[in-house]
Design a protein around this ligand. Sequence first.
Ligand code: XMP
Length: 508
Amino acid sequence: MNEIWIVDFGSQYTQLITRIYRELNFKSLILTVEDAVERLKNQKPNFIVLSGGPQSVFEDKFDYSVFFNTHIPILGICYGMQLISQYFGGKVEKGVQGEYGKSLVIPKNDFPFNQFTAWMSHSDHVSEVPKDFQVILESENGLIAGIHHPEKKIWGVQFHPEVIHTEKGTELLHYFAKQANVAETWQEDDMLGECLNSLIDLSNEKVLCAFSGGVDSLVAASLVHKKFPQSIYCFFVDHGLLRPQDYNHIEILQNESDLNIEVINAKDLFLDKLQGVSDPEKKRKIIGNTFIEVFDEKVKEYEKTHGFKFSYLLQGTLYPDVIESTSPHKKDGKSVTIKSHHNVGGLPEKMDLKLLEPLRFLFKDEVRKIGALLDLKKTWLNRHPFPGPGLGIRILGEIDNTKINQVQLSDQIMYEELINYNYYNKCWQSLTVHLPIKTVGVKGDGRAYEEVICVRIIESRDGMTATWSHIPYELLDKISSRITNEVPGITRVVYDVTSKPPGTIEWE
Ligand code: XMP
């Protein structure tokens, strides 16, 4: 079968493991513990990876013998390694201090790698290896960083090989899969075929798309449109938290794409509901709920005037979204929420629509490839990601029209300069953030006491991890001087030099 199953214990990095294995041409998929147990009743993968997770093995009472008695090679990462140690009679100790960040890892017992830097993120740790296991890696602090049972082909690593900060992480994952005798059979065409085949017959259905103009909803809608052009309707909600580039883009799509796009202006309602709210999660919830309210109302009106009913809701859900909303033991549970990402969560239930998610097994760059095959323009597909709550999470604290205007103007300046310097396509995402602090400056001949715009430009493969972009000083200088000159109320510009982890891409 040549499959690698990644059993998800809720780590923020789980999907990166799949992504790396796909890039290495191994077929791999992510499963919850529940799904993996169910499938093991009549399927046998070649290799199982137990992912990291935020919980502690001391609280986990699940019986994992179903994994460990199968004679299938296993790799445990972080939490996964602790589960292995506990199950086979080693000792796991509750962490007092923990290890977070980069640590040097030193090979032991002829493990065929040179020392390397690894990304650690754990508090509990394995203090004694189980019987018949050997230590293969040790951290510079003298903690056990890797274990191996040669006969059973079981490995455990305490760090995250899937995170970009781990040197040789990809080589390590490749090494374990080869040791487990998995063959490289996965090809990009499989991904395309699966995606196209996942479309059921929609010729007699009406499909509604919550359209943002971003790459995901554009590709999802174009995919459905290609096969069922009469069935798909795109609704775009303007919540007023958009940038000039978004308004221009929607206009271009209305004129140049084949899609039927309705624009709903709800700016005032959103701003009204957000008045006086400064908590980031509250803002996200209000934006999400208002979106559903507006959308629902407009769609009902549309159905009445057009005399039909929608039966499906099309969403450009990607793999990272799917994984983030699953939990290890339950089908629909939630794992630790760092930020609530799901812009239109709850929409299908509220509107009694069935969900259509043709991109749910793909990563962003894979979606871009499909878009290219659908003949969508490069400039549409290469747009930077933009979050559903929009500028609502780029204005720290309370939102008002002045701040929206400041972020809109500064974003437009940054965007124009990135294009001018031919840098837009070199970075994953670029944003400007309004900071709610005042600093002293000089404007003209007078003292100014005004606010700050932060410019954040990052490089990434999928938004799961990121590094800040080393953009040319000249470009940074141009962006900064234009913002302080052209945006009223801004005297100072700062550049964000934080990677993810530990920072997230958005500030809220
Ligand atoms: P963070 O800030 O979590 O962002 O590092 C990772 C990526 O996700 C985007 N993002 C969102 N996208 N709805 C979205 O559609 C959201 O609520 C949301 N929050 C963050 C972010 O722009 C980055 O690309």
